[in-house]
Design a protein around this ligand. Structure first.
Ligand code: C2O
Ligand code: CU
Ligand code: CU
Length: 478
């Protein structure tokens, strides 16, 4: 079966927003797609890996003329790709060379909260650094690192503080998937920006409480990119790294492609599409087969009806990829009996956004779940069906399973592990959630201005046998 429709509710697509800013293909020459370098470890032993991640200022040549002032991780904009191997003990030095405090949040990484997780309770002050360590304990996946200083997450990400994190493991390594990084396995970080005078970004000038947008698509920080296809199949690790924009992706000729992974890793079975929609922070790994094209051909990737990237076909060796119908086993633990259903309501738009009728408070713990329990979280988007918006709901500290959407089966590409799930207006999405680390974690809408605007809460994962006290920051101590 090939899915040819976006699954989400059309009246809630961002194209209907009052403040929607359509993408415009910039009138500049094509640029070779930037494929971020891989961050080299400082040191490595059989069991341990040591890295330094530096948040730094820089300048980036996005457009002809003046360079743009940007921020990045070990790079001028976005960052180097960080590769972790499941089972390794990882040490990271987090260095802040920016003129203001930031945090380093590992979106989707299974680590303790709130410090290692890097949400708003883990500031690194300008000129300072801090150390974290953890054991990588999760299946192969495409995750990401982004800044998370509340309430300036959106501005930090807008300036460039986001980068891909790739987890590898022995299970994925045995699957017949492309994995030659930079050649047939590439990160595709989808963003949009507005360039002002002298090609500069101006977050405040573009501010919109429903999410900042710009008319220019940036892919891995490249304007108007092309990618040279030198293998029959290419694996794209798609990440919606935009503050607000949804991506409704499809190729020229309605070329079919296959999704093999979602946020938390490989799917139980491949899912075939001609059209795929991603909302903020979601990831999808897709395999595109260019077998029917010949050297000199071009294949275009679109979002809605705007071309955002060109694939230039070169000579390649033909060999057909036979994906097994079953890729991996997905954990599906039993719900712990007699546990309450956690209720989360995402409400409002603009400045009125709230979670469970409240604005985020760094000092308030809104919910608790016992370590090791498997519990149901029921997420409702109370926005109006005709005029409301999709809210991508994200939880730190877990990869969950989607149980149902309004009582129906989840979408076919939601059968694997997820950490972000978009909820249609008027919809109730039920999740099966479990944790393997203690801590205080955040849950929020991943339209980043909604998160900063208060559509965020926090919960504690606790163990009655080892009670913990957390030092929670508040706006004044920051
Ligand atoms: Cu992508 Cu709270 O984060
Ligand atoms: Cu996160
Ligand atoms: Cu939202």
């Amino acid at each position: 079966k090939v899915y040819t429709d976006y699954f989400f509710d059309e009246p809630a697509f961002n194209t209907h927003d009052g403040g929607y800013i359509p993408l415009v293909r910039p009138d500049v020459a094509e640029n070779k797609l930037n494929v971020p370098e891989i961050l080299e470890p400082d040191k490595e032993t059989d069991t341990d890996m040591y890295y330094t991640v530096v948040a730094q200022e820089g300048e980036t040549q996005f457009l002809p003329g003046k360079k743009t002032k940007t921020w990045g991780y070990n790079a001028n904009y976005l960052g180097k790709s960080i590769v972790f191997k499941n089972g390794k003990h990882i040490h990271v030095t987090l260095k802040n060379e920016l003129p203001e405090l930031t945090t380093f949040h590992w979106h989707g990484l299974n680590v303790p909260g709130p410090i290692t997780d890097g949400g708003c309770h883990a500031p690194v002050y300008p000129g300072e650094s801090s150390e974290i360590e953890f054991t990588c304990d999760q299946p192969a996946a495409t995750l990401w690192l982004h800044a998370h200083p509340c309430p300036s997450t959106a501005e930090h990400v807008w300036k460039g503080l986001a980068t891909g994190v790739i987890v590898k493991d022995d299970v994925e390594a045995k699957l017949p998937l492309p994995r030659n990084y930079g050649v047939d396995d590439i990160p595709v970080i989808l963003q949009d920006r507005n360039f002002h005078e002298n090609n500069q970004l101006d977050y405040l000038a573009d501010y919109d409480p429903d999410g900042v947008q710009g008319p220019t698509a940036l892919i891995n920080g490249t304007v108007n990119p092309y990618f040279d296809v030198t293998t029959q199949q290419v694996r794209l690790r798609l990440l919606d790294g935009a503050n607000r924009r949804e991506w409704r992706l499809h190729f020229s000729d309605d070329l079919e492609f296959t999704q093999v992974a979602s946020d938390g890793g490989i799917l139980p079975s491949p899912v075939h599409f001609t059209h795929l929609m991603l909302t903020c922070a979601e990831r999808a790994e897709i395999i595109v087969d260019f077998g029917k094209y010949k050297p000199g051909d071009e294949v275009t990737l679109y979002t809605d009806d705007v071309a955002i990237m060109t694939f230039k076909i070169h000579e390649f060796a033909h060999h057909d990829l036979k994906l097994p119908e079953h890729l991996v086993d997905i954990p599906d633990p039993e719900i712990t009996p007699d546990t309450p259903v956690h209720q989360v309501a995402m409400s409002g738009m603009d400045e009125m956004v709230e979670m469970n009728g409240k604005k985020f408070d760094m000092q308030r713990i809104d919910d608790r779940q016992k370590l090791g329990n498997v519990e149901v979280w029921s997420i409702i988007n109370t926005n109006d069906k005709d005029s409301g918006m999709l809210h991508p709901y994200h939880m730190h500290g877990t990869q969950f399973r989607v149980i149902s959407r309004n009582g129906h089966a989840p979408y076919p590409n939601e059968m694997g592990l997820k950490d972000t799930v978009s909820v249609n207006p008027g919809e109730v999405v039920k999740l099966k959630v479990w944790f393997t680390h203690l801590g205080v974690f955040m849950n929020h809408c991943h339209i980043i201005e909604h998160e900063d605007g208060g559509m965020m809460a926090q919960f504690e994962v606790f163990d009655p046998d080892q009670p913990k006290q957390y030092k929670l920051m508040d706006m004044d101590t920051l």
